[in-house]
Design a protein around this ligand. Structure first.
Ligand SMILES: [Zn+2]
Length: 406
């Protein structure tokens, strides 16, 4: 499977300047190619005899003009603009496949990065060799063995990192302990609630550091534009943002590692985060916790252990159903944390009940898929009570680049 190891770099000043220049060149090439793509596509729409744009043709086009028009591009590795244009092609591919929005221009200072193809760099112990630059020290040696595919050098606050993608041959991790399937409800009051009743409280980094964040933002806005004090403030603020992101990432990694280590099947809901983000009160907690990141980690970690992640249908009303008798309530406003089922009298903790429903949903889907493969039962029948809709979307098994914490 593809896995990416992100390692902090230890560049000297000269090397850091080279990174910034390469990232700038990559951004320029990306934006240039995106603009050209739009222009050429419009032209093709008007006149079908013209060629359709492609990353190959745009790379050729840039190569033909860069010496004359953008001579500064030659100061850094040719890989920086080339890979950026390949990424424009990928962005369009993802857009057409419905996996991503229409590509947008890159902005300076927002995820500055450039990518190298595997023939352009080499990693040895705690060093990486970058073209036109030489060896740069890294903080730790590569954790995975296998075919090295690419490396992306990126800036986070004022630090540089390299993320090396490896097609790893590492033997899969030990199988999950046999604690069976578990339902996990991701929530607002707790990071996660398990069907076992256990609650995992998230770190909510924003809440704790929000005061500092506000103070720093205010102080930044008071500094004169272009002043060195403003630069200092900006770096401080970026560092704080990076720290918050690290706290969040760490908590998620701990949770997903624990879940996949102890349970072979994890059932979660398909959260419509975009819709939930529209609710201002929910937005911060959800942004803090990163649900998509949670799901991504869970999926790749389960895959490494041969486990299964099941995603319940988006419309599955995990909070409204009584996990004891299966009767569905009409309303379940978010402020209700505990309720009594009017039909069977069970007292429910909102989140634990939802997690139990998710587990039941997963179990039903599992037994349904084995039963239907034996040809004895049709899947997805709407029944009464506990046997509800059982269509389940298995976690995607496509190879995804996954990040390992630093
Ligand atoms: Zn009930």
């Amino acid at each position: 499977m593809l896995i990416a190891h992100k390692i902090a770099l230890n560049p000297n000043n000269h090397q850091a300047t080279y990174f910034a220049k390469s990232a700038g060149t990559a951004r320029f090439a990306y934006n240039w190619a995106l603009a050209e793509w739009k222009k050429q596509y419009e032209a093709w729409k008007a006149d079908n005899s013209l060629p359709k744009p492609s990353q190959q043709s745009l790379r050729k086009q840039l190569n033909a003009i860069k010496r004359k028009e953008f001579p500064w591009m030659l100061e850094v590795t040719k890989n920086a603009p080339q890979m950026a244009i390949i990424q424009v092609g990928e962005a369009f591919k993802n857009f057409w496949a419905g996996r991503a929005k229409y590509p947008t221009f890159r902005k300076k200072g927002v995820h500055d990065r450039f990518t190298l193809s595997n023939d352009q760099f080499s990693v040895k112990d705690s060093r990486i060799r970058i073209p036109n630059l030489g060896w740069v020290r890294v903080r730790e040696s590569l954790r995975f063995s296998g075919k090295v595919l690419s490396a992306t050098v990126s800036r986070v606050a004022d630090r540089w990192f390299v993320s090396v993608t490896v097609d790893t041959e590492d033997s899969p991790k030990r199988q999950a302990e046999n604690q069976g399937p578990v339902g996990v409800d991701l929530g607002v009051s707790a990071l996660a609630t398990l069907s076992t009743g256990e609650k995992v409280v998230g770190p909510k980094p924003h809440k704790a550091l929000l005061g500092r964040l506000q103070r720093l933002s205010r102080s930044l806005s008071r500094k004169e534009k272009g002043s060195s004090n403003r630069t200092k403030s900006r770096i401080q603020l970026a560092r704080l943002h990076a720290r918050i992101a690290n706290i969040r990432q760490d908590a998620l990694h701990k949770l997903t590692s624990e879940l996949t280590r102890t349970h072979d099947t994890v059932v979660i809901e398909d959260l419509h985060v975009q819709g939930m983000m529209k609710n201002r009160h929910l937005a911060r907690s959800i942004a803090d916790m990163g649900f998509y990141e949670f799901r991504r980690q869970l999926e790749y970690k389960a895959q490494r252990r041969g486990g299964l992640v099941m995603i319940a249908d988006r419309w599955f009303a995990s909070s409204k159903i009584c996990s004891c008798c299966g009767v569905k309530q009409d309303f379940m406003p978010l402020n209700i944390r505990e309720w009594i089922c009017p039909d069977c009298g069970s007292i429910h903790d909102r989140d634990t009940n939802a997690a139990r429903n998710l587990l039941a949903y997963g179990l039903a889907a599992l037994s349904c898929s084995t039963a239907s493969s034996a040809g004895s039962k049709a899947c997805g029948e709407e029944g009464s009570g506990r046997r509800r809709k059982t269509a389940v979307k298995p976690a995607s098994t496509k190879q995804e680049v996954s990040f390992v914490p630093i």
